[in-house]
Design a binder for this molecule. Structure first.
Ligand SMILES: CC(C)(COP(=O)(O)OP(=O)(O)OC[C@H]1O[C@@H](n2cnc3c(N)ncnc32)[C@H](O)[C@@H]1OP(=O)(O)O)[C@@H](O)C(=O)NCCC(=O)NCCS
Length: 367
């Protein structure tokens, strides 16, 4: 591949739209109407459209009290005749640079680990599943016909390609014990009516591809407790695509560590304990996406390049910290980097743990 022969054409021009159309015809069609035209791009090699990418550059991850901008790679594909020549990598690297130039520090996507780990993406979502059978529900809660309106308490996923014996309930709207009972009876009834032997409740909801990854402060719901009362297996699992039967996951990548830290700490005051007030706490990050120091003197948090004890983490570990997926102490242990007490207290206060859920496709799809 000679990079001099490569150009990117976008949906801003008729030539770009033609090139996008040509690659989509050979691969699959992707909606481009929902993104600004400059973020739907085709890679053209020596005049031939060979690959395309569609990016939504204006998403936001909710955090306690504010949100963090990110770009979402919606679709990417290379023409089957031109695969294995580095065009996907070229398009991804061009996109990372263009997004970074726009001031974006985070990119998110969904797909196979084989494709995304190699670009420095890592996981940042948990999976939540409550597994139970209609027979277990009947033993604990009886077989009464669900009350009128109980169906509204559960949202059955009518998608295709699921395990043939599985009813997938993608959301439960039950808080009180009576609502939980009604929701269980309604799901058992629906499963029996469809001849399905197992039920998976995704509760909290674990939306699939394209989710906005809402933040939850707890992984456990009242419904989970009610389901346990009939022997349900309640599972909350960190994403582990390498060991699933389906290799897909939701992925996050940091484009620039200093930019990310500034976005994640902008306007944040820190309530220091009386002892720590006025004391300097500082932590430096050194990653493949740059270096930056986070420091706090009294109540003010700043991002600088001052020297401080260094945490050598992959950049995505910082995304896992900031999104609440993993605590500073856990990340320090996982990456074998000692973290001072003052540094940990600062990171804990700025980035409290939280939960973002996405579907575990291995629970739902045969492969
Ligand atoms: C996946 C796809 C985009 C790869 O395109 P490509 O132009 O052949 O990929 P490249 O030649 O640029 O390869 C880039 C890197 O990904 C790796 N890679 C590409 N396809 C791979 C695959 N199927 N499995 C594992 N690794 C793969 C390459 O080894 C290469 O690694 P390296 O740069 O670290 O050496 C292409 O096969 C495709 O369009 N598939 C169908 C659509 C699709 O799956 N899109 C992804 C949606 S999540």
């Amino acid at each position: 591949m000679h990079t001099s022969e490569l150009e990117i054409l976008t949906a801003e021009t008729p030539a770009g739209r033609d090139a996008l159309h040509a690659v989509m015809q050979a691969t699959y069609h992707a909606e481009i109407d929902g993104v600004p035209p400059r973020w739907a791009g085709a890679l053209v090699a020596a005049g031939v459209p060979v690959a395309y990418i569609v990016i939504d550059p204006a998403r936001a991850l909710e955090r306690g009290g504010d949100s963090l901008p990110y770009a979402f790679i919606r679709d990417v594909a290379t023409h089957p005749d031109y695969r294995g020549r580095g065009y996907f990598r070229a398009l991804m690297e061009h996109s990372f640079a263009a997004l970074r130039a726009q001031g974006l520090a985070l990119v998110v996507t969904h797909g196979r680990h084989q494709l995304y780990r190699r670009f420095g993406f890592d996981v940042f979502t948990h999976h939540a599943g409550i597994f139970v059978t209609p027979a277990q529900i009947a033993r604990a809660w009886g077989t009464a016909a669900p009350e009128a309106g109980a169906g509204r308490l559960i949202a059955i996923d009518e998608g295709r390609g699921f395990f043939p014996d599985l009813l997938v309930v993608r959301a439960v709207h039950a808080i009180t014990a009576a609502e939980c009972r009604a929701a269980l009876l309604a799901a058992a009834d629906a499963a029996r009516a469809r001849g399905l032997a197992r039920i998976l409740f995704e509760d909290p909801p674990a939306p699939s591809y394209g989710s906005h990854y809402p933040l939850r402060l707890a992984a456990e719901t009242p419904f989970a407790a009610a389901a346990r009362a009939c022997g349900a297996l309640v599972s909350v699992q960190g994403a582990d695509p390498e060991n699933g039967t389906v290799p897909d996951a939701d992925w996050i990548k940091v484009l620039d560590v200093a930019l990310l830290l500034r976005a994640a700490t902008a306007g944040r005051a820190v309530e220091r304990s009386a002892q720590a007030a006025g004391a300097r706490a500082a932590v430096a990050f050194e990653t493949e996406a740059g270096a930056a120091t986070l420091e706090c003197d009294g109540a003010c948090v700043r991002v600088t390049d001052n020297p401080a004890p260094v945490l050598r983490w992959p950049a995505a570990a910082l995304a896992q910290l900031i999104t609440g997926y993993r605590s500073a102490a856990l990340l320090a242990a996982l990456h074998d980097t000692p973290l001072s007490g003052a540094g940990q207290a600062l990171l804990d206060e700025l980035f409290p743990p939280g939960w973002r859920f996405s579907r575990n496709e291995s629970w739902v799809y045969p492969s």
